[in-house]
Design a protein around this ligand. Structure first.
Ligand code: ADP
Ligand code: MG
Length: 139
């Protein structure tokens, strides 16, 4: 059975470009409820830990430098079938391949600067949510 929560990050470039509001609007209009949210700034070390699954890949250094380059918005989202539905809403990793109307199609600049993160499984949604939020920060 699929779970009802996923985890997202509005990445530094999208925050910098003032896309936080439009992206949160799309999230709400797609039926997701915000269970936790914070405006924060990862250190390089924290970005490396968050993306440790990609350690060793050729884009790991660029990815973790970028993700620690400015403030981000992290959030836990709730909806039936949350992980799959949110991946659908954000679109493909490469914005050139993202479907029309998806968050990445609208707001991404490139593969590395692709506006948002979305968990790829229920298990990773839980791990990623725990990375950012304590129990007391969830409502
Ligand atoms: P997704 O974010 O769609 O789950 P991945 O988990 O594969 O994608 O990759 C994590 C992030 O790393 C991507 O969102 C993107 O910012 C970056 N990334 C992935 N592949 C590449 C690549 N080939 N070149 C540059 N950046 C990449
Ligand atoms: Mg991923």
């Amino acid at each position: 059975m699929s779970g009802n929560q996923t985890f997202t990050i509005i990445k530094p470039i999208a925050v910098k470009n003032n896309f936080t509001g439009p992206i949160l609007k799309m999230i709400n209009e797609a039926g997701f409820k915000i269970k936790a949210m914070k405006f924060t700034h990862l250190t390089k070390q924290q970005a490396m830990e968050f993306y440790s699954v990609h350690a060793g890949k050729y884009f790991y250094e660029e990815l973790t430098s970028f993700m620690s380059s400015g403030p981000i918005v992290a959030a836990i989202l709730e909806k039936d079938n949350a992980v799959a539905d949110y991946r659908k809403l954000i679109g493909a990793t490469d914005p050139a391949k993202a479907e029309e109307g998806t968050i990445r199609k609208l707001y991404a600049e490139s593969m590395s600067h692709n506006a948002v993160h979305g968990s790829d499984s229920d298990e990773n949604a839980a791990i990623e949510s725990d990375f950012f939020f304590s129990k007391m920060e969830r409502y």
